[in-house]
Design a protein around this ligand. Structure first.
Ligand code: SAM
Length: 294
């Protein structure tokens, strides 16, 4: 039975192993059974599912996942946690622990081996210092993903959901919304963790789109344009794009493309929707092609 969500049990394990929290790994362990149940529920984990957990810590959520899923693979970077996990997960025969940095792991290979290449569910209370690279890595490397249900910093969860016009809208909002439908499913205060983080947290579920919501000829070019637009937030879109080294187009051509989109030439990037970025990227892509054919 899952036991570690109860604070006294977590403290007992930490004391037994004289465990020292490592700040550099973003270690804040969950000590709230309601939050744990909510995460499992929001992730929609079923008996037939394979689940990848990132950063199991002492195995608190892993116990819940092992009870709900067919099989769990948990990837933990901190070698000091491996003997602890062997102990706290000894009652489960459907969990594999890998001692590795998630950013260095071939997750497609795990999905292939453990789930026959079918879409997997990812569930994690993420180390906040690498939230964005983990999420973007999962999406951009085209790992077969069904959904990602993760605890992140509240502000970052908000940013993923934002729409054009808001101050927090940016490259992360667009990237997440291109690949998935984001929904915040719980707001979690610092006292649900040990030690308490300085920031508020939220659980967000990213359900992967079966088909991307916009048609883009060149995904990489669209994301380059998006990065360029938000890199220099206070500049107009045309200035931002013409100053960006990865986009080799004259300002006049960029301005023409913006006008073809039906937008004023002095528009700022932060007002464009995902659809408009996709359209702009398709227009610019054609101009780049024409230029290279000259
Ligand atoms: N899942 C546990 C819980 O909810 O109590 C622990 C969550 S804690 C916020 C994040 C965990 O991720 C830590 O155990 C940390 O050691 C681990 N971690 C940090 N960076 C990692 C990385 N690059 N790859 C794998 N695990 C990592």
């Amino acid at each position: 039975m899952a036991t570690l969500g109860i604070p006294a049990n977590t403290i007992a394990v930490l004391q037994k192993y004289h465990f020292n929290f490592q700040k550099k790994f973003g270690q804040n362990f969950l000590i709230d059974t309601h939050v744990l149940e909510k995460i499992i529920d929001a992730a929609g984990v079923m008996k037939e599912d394979f689940v990848l957990e990132i950063g199991p810590g002492i195995g608190t959520m892993t116990q819940y996942l092992a009870e709900a899923a067919r099989e769990v693979t948990a990837v933990e970077i901190d070698k000091n946690l491996i003997p602890i996990l062997a102990d706290t997960l000894s009652g489960y025969d459907n969990v594999a622990v890998i001692n590795e940095d998630i950013l260095k792991l071939d997750i497609s290979k795990i999905a292939e081996e453990k789930n026959g290449g079918k879409p997997i569910k990812v569930v994690a209370n993420l180390p906040y210092y690498i939230t964005t690279p983990i999420i973007m890595g999962l999406f951009e490397s085209h790992v077969p993903i069904d959904s990602i249900t993760i605890m992140v910093q509240k502000e970052v969860a908000d940013r993923m959901q934002e729409k054009p016009g808001s101050k927090e809208y940016g490259a992360l909002s667009l990237a997440v919304q291109y690949y998935a439908k984001p929904e915040i499913v719980a707001v979690v205060p610092p006292n649900c963790f040990m030690p308490r983080p300085k920031v508020g947290s939220a659980v967000i579920r990213l359900t992967r789109h079966e088909q991307t919501p916009v048609q883009v000829d060149d995904e990489k070019l669209m994301f380059r344009i998006i990065r360029a637009s938000f890199n220099q937030r206070r500049k107009t879109l045309a200035n931002g794009l013409s100053n960006f080294p990865e986009i080799h187009l004259e300002k006049e051509l960029i301005q023409q493309s913006i006008e073809e989109l039906g937008l004023p030439v002095n528009v700022r990037g932060e007002t464009l929707s995902l659809e408009q970025f996709a359209e702009l990227s398709n227009i610019l892509g054609k101009k780049i092609e024409n230029k290279s054919n000259l």
